[in-house]
Design a protein around this ligand. Structure first.
Ligand code: G1P
Length: 290
């Protein structure tokens, strides 16, 4: 069984839903409380044992590169001011030199194409994909749980959640086989099916562990739903050759690709914080009573 050491973070999207905030700022840099969205995904990957972080970026995303780099001037100023607390916070999150790579997706051809752009970094190892828009608040980091399942099955693993029937056209949806209430055998997958055609209401959340053979299928470049090269369409081709397991998320998933989901995530994470949770609760009550 090959270990999962690498993770791909597709961060090339334009974030048009958040304009004007995302005109000059990558949407992945929008903060949930005080940490950018992308860092939640990176921290989740790190907690799952990931050692190499591959970002598939696009034009206007240099803030992400700077975020995961040293900032000598800031560090010097913090040191001069005796702000050891802030320094420790920054240094604890800094990747090791060589752990991070950036590759450009030169055309916005879809999620499958973004993942394929990272093929030369992935080479012949299984890898994880994390979509930062899908923020999962749980006691055990979701990807860690998926890595544990991969260690048992040595196959492909996707995170799942139940969605309302009328929402299937927003997701990749699986056709379930054996189901123990937590893990589900994946028999088939379809990207963004109409509710009438959806094989179930079990939708893919943006966490994947995939075998490297998928890169060959993605390379064919077949267009799917919305005229894009879909990751789901190539995942279908892996079914049969290796086990394919879906795992229901534990905890709460916030769709931070929408304003409502993003706001909800901010409130939920702020309420959980020991340094501010009770104040936030009080202010929210006051606002709601107005
Ligand atoms: C992507 C995937 C889809 C998945 C979803 C999860 O869709 O293509 O299969 O269910 O992420 O958030 P997108 O949200 O990019 O349209």
């Amino acid at each position: 069984m090959r270990q999962v050491r690498k993770a791909i973070f597709p961060v090339g999207g334009l974030g048009t839903r958040f304009l004007p905030a995302t005109k000059a700022l990558p949407k992945e840099m929008l903060p949930v409380v005080d940490m950018p969205l992308i860092e939640y995904a990176v921290e989740e990957a790190r907690a799952a044992g990931i050692e190499e972080f591959i970002f598939v970026t696009g034009r206007g995303k240099t803030a992400i590169q700077n975020h995961f780099d040293s900032h000598i001037e800031l560090e010097t100023t913090l040191r001069d001011r005796g702000r050891e607390d802030a320094l420790t916070l920054l240094n604890g999150r800094k990747p090791e030199p060589g752990q991070i790579a950036f590759v450009r997706q030169m055309e916005p051809l879809g999620l499958g194409h973004a993942v394929w752009c990272a093929r030369n970094f992935v080479k012949d190892e299984p890898f994880a994909v994390l979509l930062a828009d899908d923020l999962i608040m749980s006691d055990r980091p979701m990807l860690q749980e998926m890595v544990a399942i991969h260690e048992e099955t040595a196959g492909n693993v996707v995170a799942l959640m139940e969605v309302a029937r009328e929402d299937t056209a927003r997701y990749g949806v699986i056709s379930p086989g054996e189901d123990d209430g937590h893990t589900v055998e994946v028999l088939d997958l379809v990207e963004k099916p109409d509710p009438a055609d959806a094989p179930s209401n079990l939708a893919i959340v943006g966490r994947y562990i995939l075998q490297p053979e998928i890169m060959d299928y993605l390379g064919v470049g077949t267009r799917g739903a919305g005229g894009e090269i879909q990751l789901t369409d190539s995942m279908v081709k892996l079914i049969g050759s290796d086990p394919f397991t879906g795992v229901r998320i534990t905890g709460t998933r916030f769709d931070c690709g929408t304003k409502l989901g993003f706001l909800e995530a901010n409130v939920a994470y702020a309420l959980r914080r020991t340094d501010m949770g009770s104040d936030v609760r009080e202010r929210l009550r006051a606002l709601l009573d107005q």
